[in-house]
Design a protein around this ligand. Structure first.
Ligand SMILES: Cc1cc2nc3c(=O)[nH]c(=O)nc-3n(C[C@H](O)[C@H](O)[C@H](O)COP(=O)(O)OP(=O)(O)OC[C@H]3O[C@@H](n4cnc5c(N)ncnc54)[C@H](O)[C@@H]3O)c2cc1C
Length: 418
């Protein structure tokens, strides 16, 4: 194993998207950055559908050439939107037709290879990266330090000026500092796998994630995220009690049965080959009491995770990394940073926009908007913008006043629909 530095400017816990974007941005500032990752890369991770807003951070971190190179030929799947299906009704959002300026396309990626491309780039640009090294303890405050353990069992303490926790569902600092808080969302479970999809339906659009509402329960939904190699990521999300009807079935059998319950999906996936283990995750929504403290800040899922329905996780992770690094540069420059008003609150603005979307998805309001013809092209572009990840653009009325605007629009759409 390479020697781990004992004194750096910033220690980053975890080499997922938030950790690698933070590392890439910090090395640009000439800072000494150490990334500690407990797994070996590439490793499986769920969360394969990116949003165009991500591309701005990939670009800013200096990773775009590597990502574009990995995207071709037949690497990452080009993505330009999101499609929704319910009882055979189909509505597609083209992310290039959106209110907020900026990237309108992105990729659907197998996270094993995507995350590796990002962290390899960060390392190539100067970040020190170690795998199979787990952070087991921290000291925060004025003289922060991190205690880590290698797979061989040796322990090592690293002094630093600041700790960025990018440990995702590892939630290292929230656990160690006892700042975890339950999410407002009910516990939900997801069962998922990758399949060889063999979709031969004429006109099927592989450049969009497909979100399908279960025909009998609007709170249950499936994702289908096509990759460029004829495979796709497939999953179903519901409250745990929903899965009781599948008895002792294996996760693959649960997925196959669930797919057979929706005529559109079962037609589409009639020839799919289930050749990969299925898994399940329960209770992934999470929150924290505070996003920062003296000597540390939380990035991405180490802070909060809402829900997978709008594929917002990686975007929020990268947004938090960019914002935190901007503030760290300021702080290291001797300026005073108010992490509440400059980090937690601005980050929370976009998170809350997505929160409104998630809430209104599950209470049916957003579904009635999506499947309604009553929305104008202008409004569709505003919704499209948020679905594309531009959830922080307060010039979009559905960001600035999202809860009220969504309620009003849902009423209009529901009255036209009924
Ligand atoms: C069912 C489901 C579907 C999803 N679908 C999507 C989607 O389509 N699109 C999307 O954008 N998001 C999706 N997400 C969310 C997405 O997976 C996450 O938001 C995203 O991976 C968060 O990135 P991150 O960098 O914060 O953490 P992660 O990507 O989780 O990376 C954290 C890293 O930290 C490492 N680590 C953990 N503990 C330690 C430790 N003690 N020491 C050292 N290293 C450690 C881990 O090994 C890991 O590599 C989904 C989530 C779920 C649950």
């Amino acid at each position: 194993m390479k020697n781990i530095s004992s004194n750096v400017d910033v220690v980053i816990i975890g080499a997922g998207p938030s950790g690698s974007v933070a590392a890439g941005l910090l090395v640009q500032q000439g800072l000494k950055v150490l990334v500690l990752e407990k797994q070996v890369f590439p490793r499986f991770s769920i969360g394969e559908s990116l949003l165009p807003q991500c591309m701005a951070f990939i670009e800013k971190a200096g990773f775009m050439n590597a990502v574009q190179k990995a995207a071709e030929p037949a690497g990452f799947q080009f993505k330009n939107g999101a499609a929704f299906q319910r009882h055979g009704e189909y509505e597609a959002f083209n992310f290039e037709e959106k209110f907020t300026p900026g990237w309108g396309t992105t990729f659907q990626v197998e996270r094993g290879s995507f995350d590796k491309v990002l962290i390899d780039e960060a390392e190539a640009k100067g970040a020190e990266v170690h795998y199979q090294v787990e952070v087991i303890d921290v000291v925060t405050g004025g003289s922060p330090s991190v205690l880590c353990r290698s797979e061989a069992g040796s322990e090592h303490r690293i002094e630093c000026k600041f700790i960025l926790d990018a440990s995702g569902f590892g939630r290292v600092l929230p656990r160690l500092l006892d700042i975890e808080e339950p999410s407002d969302f009910p516990v939900r479970r997801s069962v998922f796998t990758h399949v060889r999809d063999n979709i031969d339906s004429q006109g099927y659009d592989r450049s969009k994630i497909l979100v399908t509402v279960h025909p009998e329960n609007e709170e249950v939904w499936y994702w289908l995220i096509p990759f460029s190699d004829g495979r796709c990521s497939l999953g179903i999300v519901a409250e745990p009690s929903w899965f009781e009807k599948y008895g002792d079935n294996s996760d693959v059998e649960i997925l196959q049965t669930a797919i057979s319950e929706d005529p559109y999906l079962s037609d589409l996936l009639a020839n799919a080959i289930f050749d990969f283990p299925a898994r399940q995750l329960t209770g992934y929504s999470c929150n924290v009491k505070q996003m920062f403290g003296e000597g540390y800040a939380l990035l991405g899922n180490a802070g909060e995770f809402l829900d997978p329905v709008f594929s917002s996780g990686v975007t929020i992770a990268m947004y938090s990394a960019d914002l935190a690094v901007t503030l760290l540069a300021k702080q290291f420059n001797g300026d005073v940073v108010d992490w509440q008003s400059e980090y937690a609150e601005p980050l929370g603005l976009g998170v809350n926009t997505f929160r409104t979307f998630v809430d209104t998805w599950y209470n049916g309001k957003l579904q009635s908007i999506i499947f309604s013809n009553a929305k104008s092209d202008e409004i569709k572009e505003m919704i499209s913008s948020i679905l594309a990840g531009y959830a922080w653009d307060t010039s979009n009325p559905y960001v600035a006043d999202s809860r009220r605007k969504m309620s009003v629009l849902a009423k209009v759409c529901q009255s036209v629909y009924s």
